[in-house]
Design a protein around this ligand. Structure first.
Ligand code: GCV
Length: 706
């Protein structure tokens, strides 16, 4: 740890002023009710209100805020049921699928508020709802609203290593210092930072956390066995905030930890080994969530070694955890990372669909197939992964990356809310913006999907798979390196709860909580800086959906040919005449055909493929004219110049208010802006120069290119 007290992020003391200055009653028992009571007691002590703890149903006539368990609703929903909800029910309505009921009622009458919930988890979400509303919770007209999450699977994955990995460090793709869980080989003795983190996550609605890297190295594998006691300690901290802990496990554990000579999922001894391992884990942690598995991917072991399918592997684990209602999050990120760049027929983008689509319907009920949003790897622009639409009989989770591996590594101010919102609202069976009948990606992930191409009931048949994302947090003073990157974590949690929330409004919420009492100009500047920051980053980096022009290994900064002749399968094929990957069915790798209609045809045709994905789907001459009316080469030049100008404007906007916030925050933001401008300029100059030299076509506007 840095030794400096961690920044309060979106829960500074002042965020509790509206609650703390009132007469508040907390009624009901339960572990989380105790947490709520502590929060309220601290707030009322600080701001001069009054707090009492009563039994459910006791008289509370003069209270201004009552947070109470509802006696009639106290039985939690414990069974997993298959959703029968129609897509027409829309997002934002109560999820019918699984797990604990986390809903709450918010009632206001003559300025007094009652929050009522059937479970203490619901009540905790209700408390944070009031925190978010602040004074407006008590201000408005009388109301009676029910709030419920879109899905009960709202998860963060940590890629933290127990040991410092020789190349990946303590946190793989971590840009915020060390791990909050581990310190050079040990789980930290002091987990107070984890407690603060859990509180922040609870406040945005996250309810599950996987605490170790999906690349499970030797030491980390032992969290499942010898080091389980450490996981027990971490789980106890998260439990107070309604968050369940999951572990990433190695598929080879029966061999590496159990001394067996195989990890074949169809071998009885292997299955028994996992049954015993699961029994030990749930014995120690009764509310343990389940296992996350990266198998047959980037060197991680998996069922292919035994000629078995991924369904064989996942279902064997699923059987072991089923008695405890545990889950197996099985990642669909499976591809050949030892490909020959000379072979133009192999396409990494095809791989997940090719492996998983044939297995639709073969996975057990408690397996969630976790699918990265795009077919490659969290690039700033990719089409939606067709796997999400291809498995109507499987629980699918959408996987996002809050840590900014390919979006500026928390040196650059890049707010991802708009990207996620766009992904969540995408409809596979209809072009964007036309009609409203077919499910959005959010519907598919939250179990509301109605698969237009499903010949059976026309319904998505399995319960929700929910959402998972890679965390961006470390032991950095500001949690996320760049203070603005906190907004990404905030928005991810809130979008999991309700994927229809407006990303701009979420920024306002985040500013309101994080900088309480700041003049309106601060919020306006944050919006001016972040609203278009995703698009800006796209402008000065890789153009038109081509991706992966980053420096190999650490993935920061430009290197147009960095991955061009490597085995990783991430090519752009630029030559003197043109650029892009032909993924059409007619002349290319056939990837476009993995989409349902109409997107398969839309992407297949040069005349209908959206500009922003043109080079993902087509190889075209530099002179090809986009729908925008510009040639590809002029688009490259223009966007790269404009991207850097926009960074300069962002810096200008922020400088107007930088003195109005905590000087430490301000200093860190200035530092990061300086680096963003340097790096964006480097991107602009390298990308423009590369393509000028390749194409020989000058910039129409005669600007400086080297
Ligand atoms: C944890 C990308 C990252 C890897 C990561 C992998 C994954 O390839 O660069 O660091 O490994 O994705 O998602 O498993």
């Amino acid at each position: 740890m840095t030794g400096v007290a961690p920044h309060a992020a979106w829960l500074p003391d002042d965020a509790f002023a509206a609650i703390g200055s009132r007469r508040v009653v907390v009624a009901g028992d339960g572990a989380l009710t105790a947490t709520i009571a502590e929060e309220v007691a601290a707030a009322t002590a600080r701001f001069g209100g009054a707090f009492s703890r009563l039994d459910v149903g006791d008289g509370v006539s003069d209270a201004e805020l009552v947070l109470t368990l509802a006696p009639s609703l106290v039985e939690p929903v414990e069974t997993i049921e298959v959703s029968t909800r129609d897509a027409s029910a829309g997002s934002g309505a109560a999820a019918e699928v699984s797990g604990i009921d986390e809903s709450f009622r918010f009632m206001r009458e003559a300025g007094a508020v009652v929050v009522q919930a059937g479970t203490d988890a619901g009540l905790l979400h209700g408390l944070f709802h009031v925190v978010r509303l602040g004074e407006t919770a008590f201000d408005g007209p009388d109301t009676d609203e029910t709030h419920a999450p879109a899905t009960d699977l709202r998860m963060l994955d940590h890629w933290d290593n127990v040991d410092v990995h020789p190349t990946m460090g303590q946190v793989e793709r971590g840009y915020s210092g060390g791990s909050i869980f581990y310190d050079n080989g040990f789980v930290r003795a002091d987990l107070s930072r984890v407690e603060r983190y859990a509180r922040l996550l609870a406040a945005v609605g996250i309810n599950r956390v996987a605490i170790n890297n999906v690349n499970v190295h030797e030491h980390e594998a032992r969290l499942l066995t010898d080091d389980l006691g450490d996981v027990v300690r971490v789980a106890a901290v998260f439990r107070r905030w309604g968050i369940r802990v999951h572990l990433s496990v190695s598929f080879a554990s029966p061999v590496t930890l159990g001394g067996l000579d195989t990890s074949d999922p169809l071998d009885q001894d292997v299955a028994h080994w996992w049954v015993r391992a699961a029994a030990r884990v749930w014995d120690a942690i009764p509310d343990f969530g389940g296992f996350v598995v990266k198998a047959d991917s980037e060197g991680q072991p998996g069922p292919f070694a035994y000629g078995r399918t991924h369904a064989d592997g996942a279902n064997m684990l699923a059987a072991a955890v089923e008695p405890y209602e545990g889950l197996v999050h099985w990642r669909a990120f499976v591809y050949d990372h030892r490909q020959d760049w000379r072979d133009r027929s192999t396409d990494r983008a095809r791989a997940a669909y090719d492996h998983f689509h044939p297995l639709d319907g073969a996975f057990s009920e408690n397996v969630v197939v976790q699918v990265k949003y795009g077919p490659l790897d969290f690039q700033v622009r990719e089409p939606l992964s067709p796997v999400l639409a291809a498995m109507p009989h499987t629980r699918v989770a959408l996987e996002l990356q809050v840590t900014q591996e390919y979006t500026g590594q928390q040196q650059h101010a890049v707010y991802l809310g708009q990207q996620w919102s766009q992904l969540l609202g995408f409809r596979f069976w209809e072009p964007d913006g036309v009609g409203g009948g077919s499910p959005t990606v959010a519907d598919l992930a939250t179990g509301r999907g109605k698969a237009a191409n499903d010949p059976g009931t026309g319904r998505w048949r399995k319960p929700a798979g929910g959402f998972a994302a890679v965390s961006n947090v470390g032991d950095d003073e500001f949690w996320t390196g760049h203070p603005f990157a906190q907004a990404n974590l905030y928005a991810y949690g809130r979008l999991c709860w309700d994927p229809t929330l407006d990303p701009g409004a979420l920024l306002d919420e985040w500013v309101g909580l994080t900088f309480p009492g700041a003049p309106d100009a601060v919020g306006e500047a944050v919006r001016a800086v972040l609203d278009r920051s995703w698009e800006t980053y796209e402008q000065y980096t890789a153009p038109l959906g081509v991706g992966f022009m980053v420096r190999p290994g650490h993935h920061y900064g430009p290197d147009v040919d960095g991955y061009e002749y490597t085995p990783w399968g991430t090519y752009h094929f630029a030559d003197r005449d043109g650029i892009g990957v032909d993924r059409t069915v007619r002349t290319g790798t056939g990837y476009a055909g993995q989409y349902p209609s109409p997107w398969s045809a839309t992407y297949e045709s040069l005349s209908t493929c959206p500009d922003e994905l043109l080079l993902f789907f087509h190889h075209v001459p530099y002179t090809h004219v986009l729908h925008s009316g510009k040639s590809v080469i002029q688009h490259i030049y223009d966007t790269h110049f404009e991207g850097v100008s926009r960074v300069e404007e962002m810096i200008g906007e922020w400088s107007k208010v930088s003195t109005l916030v905590d000087p430490r925050v301000s200093e860190r933001i200035s530092e990061r802006f300086a680096e963003q401008l340097r790096s964006a300029t480097e991107w602009r100059d390298q990308v423009n120069t590369y393509f000028l030299r390749k194409s020989g076509i000058p910039d129409e506007r005669g600007r400086t290119i080297y």
